[in-house]
Design a protein around this ligand. Sequence first.
Ligand code: GLY
Length: 425
Amino acid sequence: MKVLVVGSGGREHAICQQFLKSSKIGEIYCASGNGGISQIATNVNIPVNKIDDFSKLANFARKNKIDFTFVGPEIPLSLGIVDYFEANGLEIIGPSRNGARLESSKIYSKEFMRKYGIPTAKHNSFSNISEALKFLDNYEKGQEVVIKADGLAAGKGVYICNNIEEAKNVVNQIMNYKIFGSAGRSIVIEEYIDGPELSYLIFTDGVSYSIMPTSQDHKRVNDNDQGLNTGGMGAYAPASLEMANDLNKKAEVIIRKIINGIKTEKIKYKGVLYAGLIIKDYCPYVLEFNCRFGDPETQAILPLLNTDLTDICVAILNKNLETLKIDWKKEFSVSVVLSSDGYPGEFETGFEISGLESITDKDTAVFHSGTKFESGKFFTCGGRVLSITSRADNVKAAIDKVYSNVKSVYFKNMHYRKDIAWRAL
Ligand code: GLY
């Protein structure tokens, strides 16, 4: 079979790596890929960040007799790539545009949660700035509050404000100065819940589902969860909270409610659904939905997968996922992101990456994000550059293994967190 993966990050490299292991896949294409992906797949230089790009990619899929396409990032999903491919008779894994609204509109996702009894933070939505500012006057001045832009804002649209003055400033930036453009036309103001976060991902064909090992992302750029929020500086799986106080059972109740909502609303959903949970008093609350694999969670989760990802995709496409038993390694995996110093702000690129050839241990994998391959060498070309993932039968051994491999790699201005998976120790 031939598969086309859409995306260009570490997540997509991890997805391509799984297809490489599949005896059923003969050729892997990736649009638009990266330096690392080019070593195991054919990079296809077609961007998919605009609706206008879809016809080019669909033509490519048809011409090259691609059996199915797997979409990594949220933007093409939110723009309706799945609807477009299906309307053109092409098989594709991902939610319809309607399903992707669970991620692309915070207001819609909150409404969905309310309708289907899914626990989430108390919230109100506003499309009028005066009303939003007036509403904030109901709070004590020192109250913490969360402000969210309704639309997609490249992971930057959520603000945890320490007091009401800060919150009003954020509302002004989003709705008056339009720092996120139309994504900030409406906002959600919600109660702040303090607690550890958990990434809860499932495969689903829209009717049944299969839960993946839980994972935990590390969003802040520096150790001890300090500094700016990033796309994620590392993850581990399964998360240490998994077994505590029936959390899994409570989370599964939430998943069943989500699937019930998807069925009742007649949403076409084939692929991965990611519930971002926060845990308070041993109870999970849904912070947000993502309509896709997480990055860097995928780099921690997929190395634990024993079942052929192609079989999972075929079962999803045939809507018989419930007949497939998905098997995971009973191990821990820890994934550390190596980034360009300065990220998520400004950073320099173009530096040669050395030492990758010395990572040879079979329980460690290197996934590329912001890299390019030129004249036989890898160079940095993005904020998050690489993820290194190691597996072991306990979390401490996985941490030791991954950091010993990280030490083999070098590029100028390399930055990484030294405390990934600290909660598991
Ligand atoms: N790691 C968070 C995300 O993928 O959105």
